[in-house]
Design a protein around this ligand. Structure first.
Ligand code: COA
Ligand code: MG
Length: 294
């Protein structure tokens, strides 16, 4: 597991075509902001949305990771969006409706041609039957800019596959599980899809909890009111933090030096648990020089 990975519990979509939302986003603190130029901008709004976002990104930024969802490169706007995002020094570009490794290679090559900075990351949305079927190959695409996250797109999946969802979205689980599996196999972040009914806090929190349980690292969001809930459900609980500290302390104990497996509070703890505990604490900024719990 990648121990240096930063937390990505909450990723808020901000429609670049909506001036109020764009302005509001500067004062919000999700782990990531995904400025959207794709689904939330109508065809006639896309050029103006891109210019509004270019201006917005030239101003001081919050601590959130800054990501831009561009239009597909095959569309008239895609390349313009990509050039704007690259020039605006964002952290990642999110490509929608990815269906093949070749589409990611195309983006990566286009970025390389414009000398985009090496730290720029690619994120991929999997939201079509073909994209989900090819998920395993997509995460193995040979890229010059690293693929850092997969994002599930349930609204497009439902529309394209003509699903009828019941409460708790059981019909979506086989589709989502393929995305989680591909992300885990590649050891990259996997983000759950949006919850549309943003006034329904209980339903949203239940979906966060279910998403966390099935292995998602965080959730994409559509409304500022969803940030706190996502951070709570996808962040480690206090019990998990305490447990991780206990495991690290136990392996640090000279009495256990060089041991592969130890006994802790009546259960077996192996080095794989130590690795997970170290990664969890690293995500909280607790490194090698961490203080032991009081
Ligand atoms: N990002 C930033 N600010 C947002 C926001 C978002 N995603 N959603 C709402 N806000 C702002 C509103 O602009 C409003 O700001 P104000 O107080 O300055 O007027 C405030 O939060 C309260 O918003 P509210 O009135 O509750 O909702 P709304 O009717 O303005 O917006 C939606 C509802 C669904 C239209 C809006 O949340 C939205 O567009 N979400 C993102 C959609 C999207 O990106 N889709 C593509 C990916 S799935
Ligand atoms: Mg979509």
């Amino acid at each position: 597991m990648n121990a240096t990975r930063t937390l990505l519990r909450s990723a808020l979509f901000v429609p670049a075509a909506n001036a109020r939302a764009l302005a509001k986003s500067a004062g919000l603190a999700p782990d990531a902001i995904i400025f959207d130029l794709e689904d939330s901008a109508a065809p006639g709004e896309k050029a103006a949305a891109r210019e509004a976002l270019r201006a917005h990104l030239s101003r001081p930024r919050s601590r959130a990771l800054h990501v831009v969802r561009i239009n597909p490169l095959a569309s008239a706007d895609g390349t313009e969006d990509m050039l704007m995002a690259r020039g605006a020094r964002v952290d990642a570009i999110l490509l929608p409706k990815v269906e093949s490794a070749a589409q990611l290679v195309e983006l990566s090559d286009a970025l390389a041609e414009t000398d985009a900075p090496a730290h720029l990351r690619i994120w991929a949305m999997l939201e079509t039957p073909k994209g989900i079927l090819n998920a395993g190959r997509i995460v193995e695409a040979p890229l010059r800019y690293r693929l850092a996250a997969l994002v599930a797109g349930p609204n497009d999946i439902v529309a394209q596959a003509r699903l009828r969802l019941s409460p708790g979205r059981p019909e979506l689980l086989p589709w989502l599980a393929q995305i989680v599996l591909a992300g885990k196999a590649a050891d990259i972040v996997v983000l759950d899809g949006v919850y549309n009914d943003f006034r329904d806090t209980a339903g949203f929190e239940a979906e966060c909890s279910a998403g966390r349980n099935m292995g998602f690292d965080g959730k994409t969001l559509i409304h500022p009111g969803q940030i706190d809930g996502a951070n709570r459900h996808f962040g480690p609980s206090q019990a998990e933090i305490d447990d991780a500290r206990e495991i690290v302390a136990a392996f640090d104990d000279p009495a256990h030096a060089g041991r592969g497996v130890i006994k802790l509070g009546g259960r077996m703890v192996e080095r794989l648990h130590l690795n997970a505990a170290t990664a969890l604490l690293a995500g909280l900024g607790e490194g090698q020089d961490r203080k032991e719990p009081q």
